[in-house]
Design a protein around this ligand. Structure first.
Ligand code: ADP
Ligand code: MG
Length: 230
């Protein structure tokens, strides 16, 4: 099965930290992800952007760079004619940050409408005492400032996942406070359950974060993933 292959390939490379190159794991478990591919050179990036037929997001893909935007490793809204240069610029930035960084390529990803959605985070941390702890909260900067998260031990039932989503203090924001479109909370609940299944099936996953999971009025999109494997 596809999820197992992705983890095995990483193991062969000797990577125990994975990023957006492991997006297929989420896809394999039915967690929606934007269209995207990892391009190995600028030509591949241009071709990938042509398939998307719109402005794209480009991200450096390297097991040595965990927080991509911290080093200028994420470019949002790149028009087709800029894709070639953007590829080279991203690699240069990564090299400047860490000359011997292992660079797998650049991910070319479809744009997600952040204005129409709310950035949330779903994740898992394997606790030595309690086992796999699933986490839900608001994403982006809010998750650190507000410390407004809910955790449950995986596997979670639909009811527990719903409690997580409805249980954060900021839940009114997801229900459509201040004239915002309500977020698709059922889709968040479903994603939490699917993540719960993934980490239950693969005990080798020690830690996993989807940040952000963009919750729109009609469905969710996992835009970024980061995980640590045994
Ligand atoms: P990192 O967390 O490693 O810095 P992300 O992939 O999360 O990298 O990208 C950083 C930010 O860029 C996201 O939090 C989001 O605000 C924005 N972003 C990333 N991918 C997309 C996308 N496909 N569409 C729109 N915005 C995006
Ligand atoms: Mg992120």
């Amino acid at each position: 099965e596809r999820a197992r292959e992705i983890l095995e390939r990483a193991e062969e490379r000797g990577d125990n930290r994975l990023g957006v190159e492991a997006m297929g794991l989420l896809d394999a478990y039915g967690i929606p992800t934007p269209e995207g591919t990892v391009a190995a050179d600028p030509e591949e990036a241009v071709a990938a952007a042509q398939d998307i037929e719109d402005e794209v997001v480009m991200k450096i893909v390297s097991p040595d760079i965990l927080h991509k935007s911290d080093i200028g490793g994420v470019k949002v809204g790149v028009p087709p004619e800029d894709v070639y240069d953007a590829f080279e610029d991203l690699v240069t930035r990564a090299r400047n940050y860490q000359p011997d960084a292992d660079i797998l390529g650049v991910q070319v990803q479809e744009m997600v409408d952040l204005d129409a959605g709310t950035e949330t985070i779903i994740g898992m941390n394997r606790d030595p005492q309690f086992g796999p702890l699933l986490l839900f909260g608001l994403g982006g900067i809010f998750v650190e400032i507000l410390e407004d998260t809910e955790t449950r031990v995986a596997p979670v039932s639909e009811r527990e996942a719903t409690e997580m989503v409805e249980g954060i203090r900021s839940a009114p924001l997801l229900r459509g406070a201040r004239g915002r479109d309500p977020a698709d909370r059922e889709a968040i609940v479903e994603s939490l359950q699917r993540l719960s299944q993934l980490v239950t099936d693969f005990p080798a996953i020690l830690e996993l974060d989807v940040n952000p999971l963009v919750a729109g009025p009609d469905g969710v999109q996992a835009v970024d993933v980061r995980l640590t494997v045994d």
